[in-house]
Design a protein around this ligand. Sequence first.
Ligand code: SME
Length: 160
Amino acid sequence: MAEDLIISGESKVEKYENLLPQLKGLLSGEVNKIANTANLCAALKTTFNWYWIGFYWVDTPDELVLGPFQGPIACTRIKKGKGVCGTAWETEKVQIVPDVEAFPGHIACSAFSKSEIVLPVWQGDKLIGVLDVDSDTLDSFDAIDEKYLAKICEILVHTF
Ligand code: SME
């Protein structure tokens, strides 16, 4: 039985540091990819209240498909190389976008999304999807988010 998260910490680093051990506990008892990915999105939403948090999984050689998420409805499929997510997949690099309107080809699932970070999700040396986080304020993400969200993805993929 899951228990409530304890949200604590003033700074972003403190919040991530407090979240990490709780996430490990939350995810370690389950091996199902959907269950753990869904709970991970809920934990991030509860902790940071970002506008949209979710996963897109590699579904075909050139297409991502929407996975578990928290937030408003979103586009279901994204082609390789398209938008921020497709770019993260194609380049295999984290994309930090301070202003989505300045990102050529950004896919606007919602007009409220202002900044975004997308991380490739690796299972061993295989890119299996991306984690996409959107904020309704400009310039919300930096190297701290990149570092901790990468750790969080690593914790996740080791559970399934
Ligand atoms: N903005 C993303 C699309 C996904 S939504 O933000 C949930 C992109 O450009 O790839």
